[in-house]
Every structure is written in C-alpha cells, then in structure tokens.
Design a protein around this ligand. Structure first.
Ligand SMILES: Nc1ncnc2c1ncn2[C@@H]1O[C@H](COP(=O)(O)OP(=O)(O)OP(=O)(O)O)[C@@H](O)[C@H]1O
Length: 329
C-alpha cells in the first residue's frame, strides 16, 4: 500500500497550526524491538485525532516520546511548536495526558490528587467542577484512591488530564475499565474539548470508539504508519464500500444497475436486489436507477463496511480486543 504522502492526507496548505508533528521518529528497545519505525505524523490544532493500532503497534511508545518519557532512537517530535526533547516543560504545561498506566497514590483521596495536579500546573480549576465533568461524586472524591474501582480510577485520571484546560489532551486507551456510560462520557469530553478549539489525540484499539469521535485517524501497525485519513476517506481509498439492499415490488427484467459507475456487484434474489457499491455517490444512483428500470422500491437498507474490515485490510490482522492479556505487551 502506498504510504508516501500519508501525513498530508488532509490536503493542508501547510499553514495550519500543528499540534503534534513527528518526523522520522524511531524508537528501538534493545536490538530486537523496533517499537516505532520512521513515523511521520501531523496532527492539526482543533482536531480529534484517532491513533489506532493493535496491541504492541507502538502507540504508547509514540506518546512516551512526545511527552519525553522516553528518548527516541532517531527522528524528532514537536508538540504545539515546542521540541519534545528540549522544551519538555513548555509541553507539559500545555498538555493534559491520560496515560495508559498511571501511578496514583492509594492512600490519597481523589480530591487531594486533583488539588495536587492543579497546583503542579499552577492552574485555577475548581475541583468540584472537574469531578462533575467526569461523573465522580464529592463523597467518592473524599475517599482514598486505594478503594476505587477501575472505572472510578479511570474517571479520576481523566479529571487530572483535564486540569488547566490543556491545549492538547492526550488520551491513551481512555475507555479501559469504563462501563458504557463512562465510554460515552469520554466521547463527550473529547468532543467538548475540541469544540472549544482544543486538540484531542485519542489512542485506542477500540475501533468503534475511534470511529465515533475522531475527525481523522492514523493506523499504526508494527511501528509503521499504514494509513492517515478520515474514516470516510479510508473507506473510499480501500474500496471496501457498502452494500445497498433494495426490496422491490418485482425485479425489472431489464435491470441496469450494474452499469452505474461505482457499482461492483449485483445479486438478485426474489424481490431483493443487493448491490455492492465502492463509491459513496453511487448509493443514491442505485435507488434512482432501479426506479427508472420500472420497479417500486419498498425498502432500502445500507450496510457500511465496518471499521474492523478496514482495520484488518490495513494491518493484515484481526484487531485484538480490549482486555488482551498484559503478556502481549
Ligand atoms: N520499555 C520497553 N522495553 C522493551 N520493549 C518495549 C517497552 N515498551 C514497549 N515495548 C515494546 O514496543 C512495542 C510497542 O509497544 P507499545 O506499548 O508502544 O504499543 P501499543 O500500540 O501502545 O500497544 P497497547 O495497545 O498494548 O498499549 C511492543 O513490542 C512492546 O512490547
């Protein structure tokens, strides 16, 4: 697959403010592990950018380099215009991060954690506002974190990430441990943050999460960038398309839908016409053409190819799901 101009997939004129940029970023662990391989990535300010890849693809390592938690073996990274290695403090002041694994203090309350995070960032947030945003009630916040469930811990970590209304919010597997309400909350927080002109970098292998919330997506596989685009753009590029199924009063003898540009397959069964479409614009053409051919259309269903299909096509691998054994890391 041609990945030559991936970082420009948005068609930017080049003058948009950039939130994250990596050039030739490479990270090796020892001789054998190439965790990130020559990564060129550009995330623009104001985007909700999905960073997608199977376990071990190199997502957390990329974030670790961006935050200067680890040093790259080669290449460079900038965050909000600051060099990731030389201007770390400026970056940390402007970035809120929900890391993949975080160290919280079992014997401190949630409230104390937040107060500490606020003072560390020299921010002025109201603790109760933050608790409210992540759905933690005040009595829970006053208890020590050692007794928190995984979901409560994750909500607290999310609140800590939001301290100081960061210009860039980095969420690494933000939904792990959350119930469906918590998962929805993460999406709402991401959208709300972007609506206020902030940038959200959303790393996940939960495909539906990324699809639901992100403007653009990068797919990482074995440390390499294999795609960058909107979900719709990825679908178009792959030609995985969609299937339009029409129920008609009777199938016309001279059915001509196969002649429409963008239609790749037509199957007829009794009063059902199933049309495989590789171009989004062909969907409406199919319905019009069946009517022109003389049938009354009684029902229409459209199935889009799933992101799982896309993901497999790009990674050549079925995505592993949440809760994969830690040993796979
Ligand atoms: N500190 C480390 N030492 C050695 N190898 C490491 C280290 N951290 C990560 N790796 C390896 O680097 C590769 C990329 O791991 P990374 O955690 O960045 O992937 P990931 O995409 O974030 O996966 P996950 O979704 O499981 O978090 C993996 O092969 C992993 O085993």
């Amino acid at each position: 697959m041609d990945t030559g101009s991936l970082s420009d997939a948005r068609g930017s004129a080049g003058d948009e403010p950039v939130a994250i940029q990596t050039r030739g970023l490479t990270k090796r662990y020892g001789e054998d592990v190439l965790a990130v391989d020559d990564l060129d990535l550009t995330v623009y300010e104001g985007e909700i950018f999905g960073f997608l890849g199977p376990n071990g693809a190199g997502k957390s390592t990329t974030i670790d380099v961006i935050m200067d938690y680890v040093r790259p073996s080669a290449g460079s990274a900038t965050v909000l215009g600051f060099d990731a290695q030389r201007e770390t403090r400026a970056i940390h002041e402007r970035v809120g991060i929900l890391p993949d694994g975080y160290g919280l203090y079992d014997r401190l309350s949630g409230r104390k954690h937040l107060e500490y995070a606020i003072s560390l960032k020299r921010a002025t947030d109201d603790v109760d506002d933050l608790l409210d945003r992540v759905g933690l009630d005040a009595s829970a916040a006053d208890r020590v974190v050692g007794g928190y469930s995984k979901g409560m811990t994750q909500r607290l970590a999310l609140a800590i990430a939001l301290v100081g209304d960061p210009e860039l919010l980095i969420l690494d597997e933000p939904s792990s441990g959350l119930d469906p309400n918590g998962v929805r909350l993460v999406r709402e927080i991401a959208r709300d943050h972007a609506d206020r002109g902030r940038t959200v970098f959303f790393s996940s292998h939960i495909l539906s999460q990324v699809e639901a919330v992100c403007d653009r997506v990068a797919i990482l596989n074995r440390g390499r960038l294999v795609a960058v685009d909107s979900i719709a753009g990825l679908r178009d590029a792959l030609g995985t398309g969609s299937t339009v199924t029409l129920t008609v009063d009777s199938v016309p003898d001279s059915l001509t839908v196969a002649a429409i540009a963008g239609v790749s397959d037509v199957a007829v069964d009794d009063r059902t016409i199933r049309v495989r479409v590789d171009e989004a614009t062909a969907k409406v053409d199919v319905i019009d053409r069946v009517r022109d051919d003389g049938a009354a259309v009684l029902d229409v269903t459209i199935e889009e190819s799933s992101l799982e299909d896309l993901f497999s096509a790009y990674t050549g691998d079925a995505p592993r799901q949440v809760g994969a054994p830690e040993g796979e890391r």
